[in-house]
Ligand binder design. Structure first.
Ligand code: PLP
Ligand code: TYF
Length: 400
């Protein structure tokens, strides 16, 4: 009876790592998945994470089930980290926070909430966006459409297109926004542009839905990277925010994140939270405890919190260094007069190179550089030592 089931296609991002593992060439480079690597291109476990885990062992913490909404200490600190502890939305208890299975699982909970309580409402997503967004809303049966975001001519933000598409959407749509470090483009709106985006969303009675997967990783500052979300919250708007600790604490496999729903009253927040729990219960019953305790220990302890900030600055700094070196190498080697400065303007883990599918294929097939077919490279998987090689590969692929 399972005979009729056809083979599913590989994930366009995670499938790249599978192809990378199968390549035996020593020059191979994995710039596919957005995961931080050291200068030696090895995975990195943060020191503060090890310290938090040691604390957990010393305390002899147990493995009992968590409540459906997750670890209370985690839910408290995660909302405070996002909005700022003194934010009125927190003081007024207007935020419904539920621990989720990292960013993806938190987005999926919110999608189920939308499907259940806003039937027919559509979600507007940026073009392009992180590949999994469409899967998440498709599986939750939430209709979606795209708003313009990336302008290939300027290799920058198509701000006019974005604003007019948000304006043209039916009233009461959800607008999915990347809180910082847009994936895959690395292009974020300026603070002035964020204000204008908030204006049109408010005018149209839309509901902003933030995906915050890189807080602290874009600029190196946790507060600066949350400023888009806080700007919307300060306007008294209702909004949704999915959070992930995969990147900023390197907790990829612990699956730790949260969904936060800012409501207009504490009473509404309590009701929303009860419904989020009702959605979570038949899906996975309750979330895992390990990552939640790590986050609660790190964020809740002033000394570990400061150490975390220093380690995040170190990671963000290493990525900025390879970004600069890649730009320098491309500018020095490329004799065509092409302006590569867009690479320096992009932020976060990725660079959107502008390489098309055929050129991306050339990167992989000829140069053993593994990347997604949309031309995105993860600078977190690049070292200073490999920048020259990568620049040769990019120039060869561009002019082919
Ligand atoms: N949203 C965006 C934009 C991402 O880039 C990612 C990947 O890190 C996620 C969400 C969720 O990842 P995770 O489920 O590992 O938290
Ligand atoms: O875009 C990326 O590379 C990261 C990691 O299904 C990721 O966001 C990729 C695919 C996926 C989950 C995480």
């Amino acid at each position: 009876r399972f005979e009729g089931i056809t083979m599913a296609p590989p994930d366009p991002i995670l499938g790249v790592s599978e192809a990378f593992r199968a390549d035996i060439d020593v020059k191979k480079l994995n710039l596919g998945v957005g995961a931080y690597r050291t200068e030696e291109l090895q995975p990195y476990v943060l020191d503060v994470v090890k310290k938090a885990e040691n604390l957990m062992l010393e305390r002899g913490e147990n493995k009992e089930y968590l409540p459906i909404e997750g670890l209370a200490a985690f839910n408290k600190v995660t909302a405070e980290l996002l909005f700022g502890a003194d934010n009125p939305v927190i003081e007024q208890q207007r935020v419904a926070t539920v621990q989720g299975l990292s960013g993806t699982g938190s987005l999926r909970l919110a999608a189920a909430l939308i499907e259940r309580y806003f039937p027919g409402a559509q979600v507007l997503i940026s073009s392009p966006t992180w590949g999994n967004h469409k899967n998440i809303f498709n599986d939750a049966r939430v209709p979606w459409s795209e708003y313009r975001y990336y302008d290939p001519k300027t290799v920058g933000l198509d701000f006019e297109g974005m604003i007019s598409d948000i304006k043209a959407a039916p009233e009461g749509s959800f607008v999915l926004l990347h809180g910082c470090a847009h994936n895959p483009t690395g292009i974020d709106p300026t603070p002035e542009q964020w204000e204008k985006i908030a204006d049109v969303i408010q005018e149209k009675n839309h509901i902003p839905f933030f995906d915050v997967a890189y807080q602290g990783f874009a600029s190196g500052s946790l507060d600066a990277d949350a400023s888009s979300v806080r700007l919307f919250a300060a306007r008294g708007m209702e909004l949704l925010v999915a959070q992930s600790y995969s990147k900023n604490l390197g907790l990829y496999a612990e699956r730790i994140g949260a969904i936060n729903v800012v409501c207009s009253s504490a009473d509404a927040a309590a009701r929303v939270k009860s419904q989020l729990k009702r959605i979570a219960r038949p899906m996975y019953s309750n979330p895992p405890v390990h990552g939640a305790r790590i986050v609660a220990n790190v964020v809740g302890d002033p000394a570990l919190f400061n150490e975390w900030k220093a380690e995040m600055e170190m990671m963000a700094g290493r990525i900025k260094n390879v970004r600069q070196k890649l730009f320098d190498s491309l500018s020095a080697k490329d004799k065509s007069g092409k302006d590569w400065s867009f690479i320096l303007k992009q932020i976060g883990m990725f660079s959107f190179t502008g390489l098309n599918k055929a050129q991306s294929d050339n990167m992989t097939n000829k140069w053993h550089v593994y990347m997604t077919k949309d031309g995105r490279i993860s600078l977190a998987g690049l070292s200073l030592a490999k920048c020259e090689y990568l620049a040769d590969a990019i120039i060869d692929s561009y002019h082919n």
